[in-house]
Write a protein that binds this ligand. Sequence first.
Ligand code: ZN
Ligand code: ZN
Length: 290
Amino acid sequence: MTWFVVGKTGKLKHAPPHRARRWVGHALACPYRVSVAGFIALICAVFAAHAASSSPDAVSYLLLDANRRTVIAIDWHDADAAVPIGSLVKPFTAIAYGEGHGLHFPVYQCTGAECWLKTGHGRIGIVQAIAHSCNSYFRQLAEDVPVVDVRETAGRFGLPGPPLDCDRETLFGVGSEWRVSPLEAARAYAELAARRAEAGVADVIEGMRLSARIGTGAAVGATLRGSGVLAKTGTAPCSHSPKAAGDGYAVVIYPGDSPRYVLLVEVHGKTGARAAETAAHLLRDLTGAR
Ligand SMILES: [Zn+2]
Ligand SMILES: [Zn+2]
């Protein structure tokens, strides 16, 4: 759905996705007096609106009560439809690995050869790997965790697991094989927040805390400076039509020490880091977080 607000000049304009909005209906039905120039602008707005209606909305979001798992606010075209969510699956693969290895996580070397950061993350442990969403770390980790274990762990968080015959990259969010619905993803993160003190989960939570400060979710910490907050980002193949290069995802859990909210955001055609920026502003507008 495309939303509009009436600007100060009386023209229709697209509503910012995270602002209070009201539906003003078809532009021609608006009882505004406009000049000839204004009328032409209005007609242009109508055509733009019709063109936009065939394009996916840029921002989708889902705000959950972290404890009740109920939806507080939602603007998502089909929040039940399963889509790839990129690196948002990494925490669940990490926990599966930890459970299979006495809750000990390895330290690996990221040279950048198989990571989105071409200069490499250097020697890196689980907390930094979550914070910076290091693909090289998770590529090595995924070699040593059975798919069936990942499915079992994901299931305990209410998340459908990856297909049994998937490739290794699927376990850390590459490709489109591991698909979950936005509602399932948000609720799995609420479950993660509820279990934040459990061994194995706590390492992931520390990674999300670091992500919001200096990692791929740093925009969250920059906006909510006075708050303890947790973040995780992901970038996935676009699930819309027409297609973009990819979709950015961000999960924010707030407050970090005593979670009340889980916000999941998807931004069509952007990266996870950009989605984190949008999520921070949305969280502030929706909950008053500072
Ligand atoms: Zn890396
Ligand atoms: Zn998209």
